[in-house]
Design a protein around this ligand. Structure first.
Ligand code: PRP
Ligand code: URA
Length: 260
């Protein structure tokens, strides 16, 4: 009798576990069916055990998304592209600077002494030439004391390998919070080479700020520079056979400077 009771209890427990598993599977199935390819790629990147330490931040804000739509449209001309790119960089700056260290200081207001906060570290912006230049003003509007270094990098159209052609950094770079700016993170070659160069010059705290990224580029930075935070306004679907981001926005440098 006792063993029959045990058997019944065990049977009930197994049935409950089976129903629970089935419910989880059904839920997963519904979620996956309602997700686009884009969302699945984003989920895989976010929950990939290799990249669980991920430093990827995709900044979602209706204003950023609205302006991003403007620069994605193929009919947007140089003037509007330039303005919107700068504005997106400015909007992203709030989030990128959220964890900047600050220090307590004593100041005197017209009324009395009080303790207050100010930034504890200097900021160095490093736009990757050319297209990164389009993000500088938007950020210096908010951080006017930021110094600006330049790294010239272009992508060989055949091999997609980055070629460095210019570099000039402010002397305080090793002690500063360094923000690398480039609208496009495609294969990640240009950003990775720039970060390697900055590290060779003593930079320690580096943030990579791009507007549109491809999963391939994110993966490369996470692998080659796992200590670097990556900020994007959008994580796109993939690269095409020519190494352009899909859907992307085309060639950022050419659109910014009207060279095509
Ligand atoms: C673009 C872009 C990045 C790079 C991204 O620059 O501004 O720097 O390509 O590609 P990657 O992630 O595969 O390296 P490009 O080489 O076209 O130079 P430009 O800014 O002078 O146009
Ligand atoms: N560089 C660009 O400007 N656009 C891309 O889509 C990829 C690399």
């Amino acid at each position: 009798m006792k063993s029959l009771e045990n058997y019944g209890l065990r049977y009930m427990i197994y049935t409950l576990i089976a129903i629970f598993h089935w419910l989880i599977l059904a839920l997963l199935h519904c979620c996956i069916n309602s997700l686009s390819h884009y969302h699945i790629v984003a989920l895989l990147i976010t929950f990939n055990p290799e990249t669980l330490h991920t430093m990827l931040h995709v900044l979602q804000h209706p204003l950023i998304n609205h302006k991003l739509t403007q620069i994605r449209r193929k009919e947007t001309g140089t003037k509007d592209f330039r303005e919107a790119l700068d504005e997106i960089a400015g909007l992203m700056a709030y989030e990128i600077t959220r964890d900047l260290p600050s220090k307590q200081i004593e100041i005197e207001t017209p009324i009395r002494l009080c303790s207050a906060e100010e930034l504890a570290k200097e900021i160095v912006l490093v736009p990757i030439l050319r297209a990164g230049l389009g993000m500088v003003d938007g950020i210096t509007d908010l951080i006017p004391t930021a110094k600006v270094g330049h790294v010239g990098m272009y992508r060989d159209h055949k091999t997609l390998e980055p070629k460095e052609y210019y570099a000039k950094l402010p002397p305080n770079t090793p002690d500063a919070v360094v923000m690398v700016l480039d609208p496009m993170l495609a294969t990640g070659g240009s950003a990775s080479a720039t970060i390697t160069y900055l590290k060779s010059q003593g930079a320690i705290q580096i943030k990579l700020v791009c507007i549109v990224g491809a999963p391939e580029g994110v993966k490369r930075i996470e692998t080659e520079h796992p200590d670097v935070d990556i900020f994007l306004a959008a994580l796109d679907e993939k690269l095409n056979e020519k190494g352009y981001i899909v859907p992307g926005l085309g060639d950022a440098g050419d659109r910014l400077f009207g060279t095509k």
